[in-house]
Design a protein around this ligand. Sequence first.
Ligand code: AQP
Length: 333
Amino acid sequence: MGKKIFSGVQPTGNLHLGNYIGAIKNFVDLQNETDNQCIFCVVDLHAITVKQDPNELKKNIRETTAAFLASGIKPEQSIIFNQSLVPAHAEGSWILACVARMGWLNRMTQFKEKAGKDKEKASVGLYIYPVLMAADILLYDATHVPVGEDQKQHLELSRDIAQKFNSDFNSLNFLKVPEPLIQKSFSRIMSLKDGRKKMSKSDPSDLSRINLKDGKDEIVNKIKKAKTDNDPMPASDDKLNERPEIENLLGIYSSLSNQNLKSTINDFSGKNFSDFKSKLAEIIVEKISPISDEIRRLEQDPKFIDDILKSGSKKAEKIAKLKVEELKKIVGF
Ligand code: AQP
């Protein structure tokens, strides 16, 4: 039996190379494995946990969908939809919010990072975001969830919620406990400006990330300006973790050229940083430009994108509605 895959990306703009390497690229590989059933969601309900401009949000929902399509996710093979079109997500998440414990949510590091020092002013939605994420996954009986390393803790919470629900309501295996699918390597792409911070859509510096919509010149320029150090190119991976910027750039190169880190180190050991950077820019342009061109082409036809979302949401709703009905019955409604 194949895997039941569910994963999502927030339509918060500035989709970047980290989203591609850490998530979307794997979505495509999983879709192309035989027997897998894949559901890929544009998680717009998650996006509004921080303030969004309504017009921008609409644009970003289409852009994220276009990025899925341009990267190789096929609507004939996988379900592609946006969360807000399927009310079962919000309904299911309320029931699960009554199962999840405050203590569990208080441990979520992403909330702490995103809320920052002024957590009193963060939205309640941002706090319970991981519960909505649990509903997203559990309503589809997903067996595997491909995510970047940063989402591992949220996925563990989904597992805890499923187990507690099943045990509280004496309904063994009703909610399937999902497995995370986190790549062994390159699961966390870092900022080009600071190797200890993840590459992120919300980083105020555009130079910190390669956007999926960047053109060739922007990519070359950003890689040229990416932070490095004064030491030569490494000859081995010994102590590479003490050079996070270099490790990150070598990781990006390795991932895009489908080779392991050791081979990349061998390829560039003894060479100049500028040689490495120009090869790195070359491979990013080679892999990202076709995606970027296709995103732009698809965005010219918003109706085409909206129709894909509508038709995907009908398929998703069939599955999620049924599960939420059963969930309600179990709870006693
Ligand atoms: N830097 C990253 N490296 C590897 N994977 C990453 N992901 C995100 N950043 C990196 C993975 O991309 C998927 C979609 O992410 P998301 O849009 O749902 O949310 P996010 O993790 O909050 O993305 P950002 O870019 O970091 O946004 P902001 O700036 O708003 O916090 C997920 O599978 C995620 O792991």
